[in-house]
Design a protein around this ligand. Structure first.
Ligand SMILES: *Cc1c(COP(=O)(O)O)cnc(C)c1O
Length: 363
């Protein structure tokens, strides 16, 4: 089997155990004589998948009955519009903390719908850091504050997640959901496109306080599919769900639970990130990290080399060595190693070793 270490930002690597289990039960799911791809989303077998995925997500996050998990479509990008459509009422102001391209996109959608306010931004210097709490200035009448917990493109991450008292806190956790323990009860709404840290593309996970979902204006002019209540009332089964994607997310959740939950994930993620950052820090400037050290992401490590020529060579030679997907995003340039939950320690070690030998040859 010629599987590579896959450092792509998303869709991204999945746990091998999960892929194998999906392969094993691909043709005959749960003794139905059908593939999960072929069964009805109204069948007891799919109900079990849907319910188990919701229950395990809440268990891992330490959340109870006051929260609901939704499995939606349209990607995290559709959430950018759904949040203000549902929760940005007349006279209210949606607050955004800008830490990268994805938070900018979230703000852009909210602007089309109502009043917005930029509570802080670190755009100056091309988003190398997360703002400190005293840089953040909320507006009056805040409907909610929105943050991006991990900035996939720039490689920065909130080290400590903030909270703002009574103002509902919303977070795009697309690229670090379930990568570490945190107090999820501080958040009113969390969402994540699954294709980075949770599973395959095609499903977006939303975790929200029931009270918030129920307070959304039910009769406002919001199209049915864009109302959270539509999906909440029907337990994510209002229309045909992306059943295969939800099934894989459920397998990933079981895998995570069996491997020490969020504490286990955090321990592994810190070890992996340290291996790579240590090489960067000991390289005397041969490798230059994009993120400021105190804002570094444990999910996406972004770095440059002394020249674009060397960066191209690095991408080509690493690929030949079985390390894929390391080319950085065009807005940062250079390299990006995405080391989500499913990247094994051996993968991070292989990359660290490759970086050292590349530097020896070319430094
Ligand atoms: C990838 C990504 C998105 C976009 O997700 P889609 O599911 O493709 O819409 C949004 N936010 C963050 C932080 C991301 O990493």
């Amino acid at each position: 089997m010629n599987r590579i270490y896959n450092f792509n930002a998303g869709p991204a690597t999945l746990p091998l155990e999960v892929l194998k289990q999906a392969q094993d039960e691909f043709l005959n799911f749960d003794n139905t004589g059908m593939s999960i791809l072929e069964i009805s989303h109204r069948s007891p077998s799919y109900d079990e998948v849907n319910n188990q995925a919701e229950a395990t997500m809440k268990e891992l996050l330490g959340l109870g009955d006051d929260y609901q998990v939704l499995f939606l479509q349209g990607g995290a990008s559709t959430q950018f519009a759904m949040m203000p459509l549902n929760f940005l009422g007349e006279g209210k102001v949606a607050n955004y903390i800008l830490t990268g391209a994805w938070s900018e996109k979230a703000l852009k959608e909210a602007k089309m719908i109502g009043q917005t306010h930029v509570a802080a931004t670190t755009e100056d210097g091309n988003y190398v850091r997360i703002p400190s709490m005293d840089e953040i200035k909320l507006s009056d009448n805040a409907a909610y504050v929105h943050i991006t917990s991990n900035n996939t493109i720039f490689g920065t991450q909130w080290q400590e997640l903030p909270s703002f008292g009574d103002v509902p806190l919303f977070a795009d956790m697309s690229s670090d959901m379930l990568s570490r323990p945190f107090d999820a009860s501080k958040f009113s709404l969390i969402y994540a496109g699954a294709q980075k840290n949770l599973g395959p593309s095609g499903v977006t996970v939303v975790v929200a306080r029931r009270e918030l979902l129920e307070a959304a204006p039910a009769n406002a002019n919001i199209p049915t599919m864009l109302r959270y209540q539509t999906h909440a009332k029907k337990n994510s089964l209002y229309n045909t769900p992306p059943s295969f994607s939800v099934y894989i997310v459920n397998l990933v959740l079981q895998w995570l639970k069996a491997n020490g939950g969020l504490e286990g994930a955090q321990k592994r993620n810190e070890q992996k990130a340290k291996l790579i950052y240590d090489v960067i820090d000991a390289s005397n400037g041969f490798f230059r990290g994009h993120a400021q050290a105190d804002s570094r992401s444990r999910m996406n490590v972004t770095f440059r080399l002394p020249s674009e020529e060397l960066e191209k060579q690095f991408v080509a030679e690493s690929k030949a060595a079985g390390l894929g997907g390391l080319k950085g995003h065009r807005s940062v340039g250079g390299l990006r190693a995405s080391i989500y939950n499913a990247m094994p320690l051996e993968g991070a070690q292989a990359l660290a070793d490759f970086m050292e030998s590349f530097m020896k040859k070319n430094g």
